[in-house]
Design a protein around this ligand. Structure first.
Ligand code: GUN
Length: 283
């Protein structure tokens, strides 16, 4: 019987731990605060931003929301970021992606001060992760490691296969699994004999971005499967990159969609905000 890794429960545990840490910080006069910037009104982004605000309120983190119109100039956005970089009451700055096409995403990410970059997207934080230095780690990958650790699944020495090489998930989760002493293989759409590589995995991280791509023929008996995908099917239900019903009876543990990796991203974002406020006050 596979262990179903309950991301909702684990993320709530993390948020409750943060809630009591924040209460302690407030007694010392430290009030963690996250600034969230949304440019335009993409409905999916609005949902994500609202969820982030709700999580802040639950934990006791202050949140400031900046809703800029779609036609905002890049310079104006960069000025706002600069102002927030210099505001000592703000500990985290997040620009909800995607941003409109007339803006240079990399330029915007690089404008955020690395010590307020709670998304962990700034090249300084990406570099720090890759050379084992302290810095913010991007939230979904950090959440995946927490799911494994809090489910007592060891990473050390294991064959970890990551399918996907995005900057937000595939690359950083590979770096984190390596940091945890896993033996890591990174695959992508052009990998030859992908199925054979996946069959080797003790831990398979599915982040290919295709609904129900991985069926039971891709997974080894007793493997741990982490599904990063999220897709809306024609019947309105959500599914992941893994064909859950075909895979669940073969594996030792698996994350469901929804309720697996998804809720962890916000929990780790909140964690980064609290760490940022702590760090600022230890300097
Ligand atoms: N859009 C989708 N996921 C994310 C995320 O983790 N951070 C930001 N800033 N934008 C996103």
């Amino acid at each position: 019987m596979a262990h179903i890794i309950d991301g909702k429960k684990i993320s709530t545990q993390i948020k409750d731990e943060l809630k009591s840490r924040v209460a302690g910080l407030k007694e010392k006069g430290i009030c963690p605060c996250l600034a969230v910037i949304q440019v335009g009104s993409d409905p999916a982004s609005t949902v994500y931003v609202n969820n982030k605000k709700k999580a802040c309120a639950y934990i006791g983190i202050g949140s400031r929301a900046y809703e800029l119109p779609e036609e905002t100039g890049e310079q104006e956005l960069l000025q706002l970021i600069d102002q927030l970089n210099h505001d000592p009451s703000v500990h985290g700055i997040l620009v909800q992606l995607p941003i409109p096409d007339h803006m240079d995403e990399q330029k915007v990410i690089m404008a955020i001060s690395p010590d307020k970059d709670v998304d962990g997207f700034h090249p300084q934080n990406v570099g720090a992760l890759n050379i084992g230095r302290p810095g913010f780690v991007s939230c979904t990958p950090a959440g995946i490691i927490q799911l494994l650790k809090r489910s007592d699944i060891s990473i050390e020495g294991k064959e970890c296969v990551v399918v996907g090489r995005s900057n937000i998930v595939g690359k950083p989760v590979s770096a984190l699994l390596l940091r945890e002493n896993g033996t890591v293989t990174v695959c992508h759409s052009r990998t030859r004999r992908l199925k054979e590589v996946c069959q080797r995995a003790d831990i398979l991280v599915a982040a290919i971005g295709r609904p129900k791509f991985f069926d039971d023929s891709y997974v080894k008996e007793g493997a741990v499967v982490i599904d990063v995908g999220i897709h809306r099917m024609d019947n309105g239900k959500l599914c992941g990159d893994v064909d859950y019903d075909k895979v669940v009876s073969k594996v030792a543990a698996i994350t469901p969609v929804p309720g697996g990796v998804g809720p962890m991203t916000i929990a780790m974002l909140m964690n980064n905000c609290v760490e940022s406020a702590l760090y600022k006050n230890q300097e």
